[in-house]
Design a protein around this ligand. Structure first.
Ligand code: 13P
Length: 258
């Protein structure tokens, strides 16, 4: 499937880092550092409390903003939760759903990922849906089985057009924050598999348009190799997105393709 049809997307998942003031300083430096970098979509994912000031600081730029989580209801008695309506009104374009840290520490399941995904789409947000196997699962040779279960459950019940507009992030859990990146070949293999699954669910057109990122210890040194693979459309970056220099270098590394 022609990769030229898909614009690469590099997203910086800051996790629970950066106060609002730090986040605003960061994007003020990032703007000039990635200005003129055409052909790559750049996204930052601050904490909830930093979203509004970051969106304000990015007005007039092409850098998009994602929340790191969302609840599925629009409003109601759900203490501590943030609704898709609130994120949309704040000016978010994207939302990360089902990150492995949310699955591991906060009880996120494939069913809740699916509910959140549908709610995000209903409010005009673009989900960045995360899937990925644990180390023990890879070692047991069940990576594809795990990825199939997660992907089919997370993406169930969409229209082909909605599936086409999604971003999926393949993040092998053993590669997150460990410095241990999946090889380009392993990443391509699983991401190609995800695209084939989506083709089975929603057809060739949707599968060909959907962007699928790799995440897990992405750095300036390994982005070009990943991007050279036919099905890898960008990266969800954790640690290396926390400094402007390394994040901008990754954006540039993703832009020198095709
Ligand atoms: P690292 O880049 O720090 O491995 O984190 C990846 C990640 O979890 C992005 O969502």
């Amino acid at each position: 499937m022609l990769k030229a049809r898909r614009t690469p997307i590099i997203a910086g998942n800051w996790k629970m880092h950066k106060t609002a003031a730090e986040a605003v300083n960061f994007v003020q430096e990032l703007r000039p550092a990635v200005a003129g970098q055409n052909g790559v979509e750049v996204v930052v994912c601050p904490s909830f409390v930093a979203l509004v000031p970051v969106i304000e600081a990015l007005k007039g730029s092409n850098i998009g903003v994602a929340a790191q989580n969302v609840f599925w209801e629009k409003q109601g008695a759900y203490t501590g939760e943030v609704s898709p309506l609130m994120l949309k009104e704040a000016g978010c374009r994207y939302v990360i759903i089902g990150h492995s840290e949310r699955r591991q520490y906060f009880g996120e399941r494939d069913e809740t990922v699916n509910r959140k995904l549908k709610a995000a789409l209903a409010h005009g947000l673009t989900p960045i849906v995360c899937v990925g196997e644990q180390l023990a699962e890879r070692e047991a040779g069940v990576t594809e089985k795990v990825i199939r279960t997660q992907t089919e459950a997370a993406l169930a019940g969409l229209l082909p057009e909605q599936a086409a507009g999604l971003v999926v992030a393949y993040e092998p859990v053993w590669a997150i924050g460990t410095g241990k990146t999946a090889s380009d070949e392993d990443a391509q293999q699983v991401i190609g598999f995800i695209r084939t699954l989506v083709e089975g669910m929603y057809g060739l057109e949707a599968a060909g348009r959907m962007r699928i990122q790799y995440g897990g210890s992405v750095k300036p040194e390994n982005i070009a190799g990943l991007m050279a693979r036919p099905d890898i459309d960008g990266a969800l970056v954790g640690g290396a997105s926390l400094t402007v220099d390394s994040f901008a270098a990754i954006v540039k590394g993703a832009g020198v393709k095709i």
